[in-house]
Structures are given as C-alpha cells and as structure tokens.
Design a protein around this ligand. Sequence first.
Ligand code: AHR
Length: 494
Amino acid sequence: MTATIQIQPNTLGPTVNRNVYGHFAEHLGRCIYEGIWVGESSEIPNVRGIRADVAEALRAIDIPVLRWPGGCFADEYHWKDGVGPRENRPAMINTHWGGVVENNHFGTHEFMDLCEQLDTDAYICGNVGSGSVQEMMEWVEYLTSPADSPMANWRRANGRDEPWRVPFFGVGNESWGCGGNMRPEYYADEYRRYNTFVKNYGPNKIYRIACGANNRDYRWTDVVMERVGSLMDGLSLHNYTLNGGKWPPSGSATDFQEDQWFSVLKHALSMDDLVAKHAAEMDKHDPDKQVGMVVDEWGTWFAVESGTNPGFLYQQNTMLDALVGAVHFHIFHRFADRISMANIAQTVNVLQAMILTDGPRMLRTPTYWVFEMFKVHQGAATVPVSITSPTYSFAGEGLPAISASATQRSGSNILDVSLANLDPDQAHEVTLGHGGSSTKISGRLLTASTMQAHNTFDNPDLVQPVEFNDFAVTGESMKFTLPAKSILMLSIES
Ligand code: AHR
C-alpha cells in the first residue's frame, strides 16, 4: 500500500516553541565530567575547562535551552558549594548516581559559561527535596540580581559583574520520587512557599516550572494544577521510552532483535495518548492554556553498556533511538498549543545522548542527527497533515509505519516536512501532496543498513544524513520511496 500524505499549507496552526528542542545535562555518570567539563589543565582542547569539540558539535544543533543540574541530583545539590575558587570547593557524594565523589568543580559560573558558549538559555532546577527556601532564594539573587546586595556582590567577588539572564527555573525535580517522595497535595503547598521567594530581579523574568507527573500519574497533574496552577508558567512531565514499555529499563541499546524494535516504537507512539491525557487534566483548570507543558525528561532508557558503572546510565544509540526521537517531535508538534518545552535526557554520555565521548574522542549519535535535521522546525508554524499509512506488523500487532509532520518557516515560503518509516524491513511508496507550486525541493535522509547499526569511536560517521533527491514532482504533489528504518527531511520552497 502507498502511504498518502496531504498537507494544507494555507492553514497555519500553532507555532512549535523552539524550546521543544531543548536538552538536559545532569551531574550523572560522564555527562558533565568528561563529557562537557574537562578542566582548564586538560590536554583535551577546551575553552575555560569546557570541551571545545563537544561545544562545537552542540552549537551546530542550535540548542535553545539547557536544563541543569538534575534530575535527582538537583534535590541534593547545594549551589554554594559550587562557587568560588575550585580548590576550596567542598566535595560531596553523588548518592543517586554511582555514589561517586562530586568535587563541585562544575558549578554555577561554569554552567552559565557553557550556556554562553552554546548560545542557549539556562533552565536551572532548584533543590526542594533537601534544600531550603533561603538557599533557593539566594541562588536566584546570586544569578540574576543587578543590585548592590550580598549575593550579587558575592557573584562579583567570584568574577562575574553582570547578572546572568536565567529565563527558566524549576521548583524541584520528581518531588513524587527522588525529590522527596511527596504527595501532590504536599508538593502543591511546598511549591506555594518556595515559589514565593523565586524573585524577578531587575529585567530578569523567570518562567516558573513546577514539578509535574511521572508518566501516567494523571492525579498529580490534576491536584497540582487545581491548587497552584495559577502560580506557575509551566508544569513538567517525565516519560521515558522503555523496552516492552515497562520499568525497570532492560534490553541492550545495540544488541537487540525485532521484538525490542517493535515494542520500543510502540511505547514511543503511546506518548501521544499520554500527552493528550495530561493536557486534558491541565485543560480542566487552565482552559486558556496559560500554563505550558514542559516535558523536561524524555528519551530511551535501556540497560547500561556491559562493563560500565550501572549508576552511570551509559548506553549506545542506533537508528531505533533516532526514530524514537522523530516520533516524539511529531507528537510534540501536534500538541504545540500546550507543550512549551521538552528536554531530552541527556546531552552527553547518558541515556539517549547526542554525543558520546571516550577520552579525547567523541562521536555524534543517530539521535544527534535527528536534532540537526529537525532544527528547521524550531519556532515554525505547524501545518495540518493528514496521513494514510501502511501498517508495520510484527507478531500479530500493528503500528502505522509512517509518521510525518510539517511546519512553515516564519517569513519565508519554505515548508519543512519530516517523515519517518518505522518499518525495519519494508520501504514504502509515499505520495505527498504539498499543496503548492514548488520551485525547489531538497531532501536529507538518515538511514542504516541494519537495525543495530551505530556510530563507534573507530567508525564515527557510519550513521549520518545523506542528500536525498530521488523523488518525482508533478504539480502540487510528489512521489518517492521512503527506505526501511529511515527519517527524511524535505524542504519545499514555493
Ligand atoms: O535522567 C535520569 C534520571 O531520571 C533523572 O535524574 C531523574 O529525574 C529521572 O528519574
């Protein structure tokens, strides 16, 4: 069966908030240390301690926003231990992630330097679980106050005169779990109190993000929205894509067969229903959609690579991860009227990473290439798409083989259409009606010869996009064959 995709370019929908292409970097395993921070005395080329190769690769995907320092780590992080001369900073134990010693060498100044090097907005997650209201209040003052005040003067003494711009601040992480095992009623009261002291200093205006639910906990969304929805700008949601759709994480990221391929994609597609149900809870209390849904942790979570520290969550990354990424973005675009941000977990060396490092070497994963290909969707207006898809069948179950989304770039006549073929074996014919008289069409394709293909340090470019122009255009439509397990980005100019 041929897949039919019809786009209505004259009917623009809500804009895809560029922050949907956001990232998350936690003090976990080798994400911050080794992956991003090597220190000024490292032989690995760096700019003020931040790896130059990783920063350069991340700049190329236009990261709009970066969440830090956690994750579970955020609720045991005491920011004052991470400022001032590095040799004087006290160490701590990272109890959540491998029990390793955290030397606090990467702290507030280093993170804000990273954001400036990447030209990205900071999203800082504050400590509700084991911190205090005063500690959180003073962190915001330290970061953003232009005044002649104690915290702002301490920042100056530590080498930064100008306040930083901190547009996003999270009041706790997973407060229902590692952030304090709270009930939603209790968290709502805690949010009320902490949020009061998250102040706007000078011109800095904070978008306040409350801790939201874990996957299908709709009651959390309901209770928190009802009690404190009017005091927040965003409410988070965490949902990881799992083998078999079940916790705990299982299955190798590279050594798998089609049963895992199918179950992971089935779970990824269920994000649509999950977002719809949380959005419905939010609609009950916020019909005008003033509060954004912030999916600030998402992505695949497999068993760790063998021989690595189980607390470091290090996994490889294949075309399966790339497809999970593409499917998520298509879902996030569909809910562009509610989703204001999303942050994949995590940027380097942890879970569904963009970049993996090994000493001085680094590689870009297939997921990296999805972010690179899809960056044209950032801040663009959604365009309605109707899809008739062949079915990808496995073991008596079926999924739509083709997923697609279209956006119109602001101030131009360019329509960007991303497509994914989830079927690992069958290429599919596609007829795409784009509704315009196209003058110029370009395409880039990401695919691989096997389900398990991945980039390694010895062969870092095995999976990467290639130019695609194997299409036939007739008037307002075009035909092409979408290879098995592939992602295609078409840019159609009229
Ligand atoms: O991303 C890894 C962990 O997953 C985060 O620290 C936590 O918030 C979530 O449970």
